[in-house]
Structures are given as C-alpha cells and as structure tokens.
Design a binder for this molecule. Sequence first.
Ligand code: ATP
Length: 252
Amino acid sequence: MEPKQSSSDVPAIEARELTHAYNGHTVLHNLNLSIPAGEIFGFLGHNGAGKTTTMSILTTLLRQTAGEVKIAGFDTLSQSIEVRKRIGYLPENVTFYNDLTAYENLAYFARLSGVEQVDSKIDETLAFLDFRGVEHKRLKTFSKGMRQRIGIAQAILHDPAVLFLDEPTSGLDPMGIKNLRDIILRLNKERGMTIFMNTHLLSEVGKICTSIGVLSMGKLIYTDTMERTRRKYPDEASLEEIYVRMETAETP
Ligand code: ATP
C-alpha cells in the first residue's frame, strides 16, 4: 500500500510568499516553507499565530489572499482535486455522526474520498490502528481518545501521502498522547506518510518531529531540522526558552 507520492525529490509541502487576510486584516505574512517527503513537521505557535489558517490553506479548505502552495507538486488552487487525493486531514474538533456506528461513519468518509473496497479498507485501517472490534459501536459512546483514533482512521482511509493534524493531542490524557505518538511514528515509518502537525506542545515536538517551524503573529520566525535544533538547543528547557524568546522578540 504505497502512499500517493509522485517523487521523493518533489517537496511534500511547499509554500511561497503565502499571505492571508481576513476582511483586509493580514494574519499570514509571506510565509515560505519547503518540507521534504518523509518528514514529521511540527508547526508551533501561540494562540492566534495563524496555524489553523495556514493548515486550512494547505488542505485546500481556504483560498489564500496571495502566494502559492503546492502539495506533492500539485497547486492547491488550480489542482485542488489532485491535492485532495493526496492529503488526509484531522481537524482539532473532528465531527462525526454520533448516532451512527464507527463503521457507518468511516464508510461515509470512505465513499466521499472515492475509496474502493470500502469494507476491506476499513478493516485494514482499524487493524493498523489496533482498533478492531469497535465497528458496530455508536460514536456517541466513544471517549475523546477513541474519537481521535476514528478521526485518524477517517483521515488515512485513502492512503494519503501527506497527513495534516491540527492540535492532535488537545484534550487527550497522557496515555492517549503516547498512543497517538506511536500511531504518528508508525504512519511515518511503515506507510511513508509525511506528517504536518500543528501544536502548542514543545515536549511532543521534541519526541517525534524531524523538523519544526515557529509561527509568531503570522510570520514564520524559525524553521530547521530537529537534529540541528537539538544541537543548537540541547535540552527541552532551553528549546522552550528559545521559543519564548523568539515569540517575545516578535511581540511589539
Ligand atoms: P489557535 O492555536 O488558537 O487555534 P491559530 O494559531 O490556529 O490559533 P488562527 O486560528 O489561524 O490561529 O487565527 C489567526 C488569526 O486570524 C487570529 O487573529 C484569528 O482571530 C484570525 N481569524 C481566524 N479565523 C478567522 C475568520 N474566519 N475570520 C476572521 N478572522 C479570523
């Protein structure tokens, strides 16, 4: 089951001079980003920095005011159908039909994404997530962690090349966070997915990301590989310090 990646030398995600304004108020300023295929990219920023706006544009849900975005080489505006085939998206608050079962919810999403052999795909995906046996339970009986796992199932049913996760740890307990981390690492290693993850949690970024970007007031103020970042800021405390310092430096 190969992800739909065209070629590994084409960046998984590329943004050039990406700018967005809501009602004339600019919230993203000339963002430039190139994320190679195979990365787990942590996109850090305070509340209101512009992370969700960026993710909405990268996932074709929002049209940018200016600039260009390509996913696996396809333009998000002129080739949005090709982009959608190649991406999975887990929003911060994923919505399901609570009166339907897990299977019925997943089958609905699978058909929307044009998945063939829906039954076997759902079975295979739940097995990958170690989550078989919940198919016939209604979503309204699920805990936050269980909903999250069904959310991930929904996002990966069509084997996307790039998976977008918006604050995926929000509301999860420590065990839920650990389980999610294991799933993200397996999706990356075993299924070759590039992961783009919005987060506030520096500790999570340090544990799983291979590269990071820091957004402050709509500007990308730092981006580098995790390896170089670790060398520059060898412990989590200093990484946190530098994050706070970078953010403070940007605040007028
Ligand atoms: P959080 O971590 O709180 O989710 P964020 O980094 O995801 O924040 P965004 O939600 O992208 O930030 O918001 C960036 C800015 O854009 C904020 O000032 C926000 O108030 C504004 N904004 C977001 N969505 C809209 C909208 N639909 N209309 C007008 N302004 C918006």
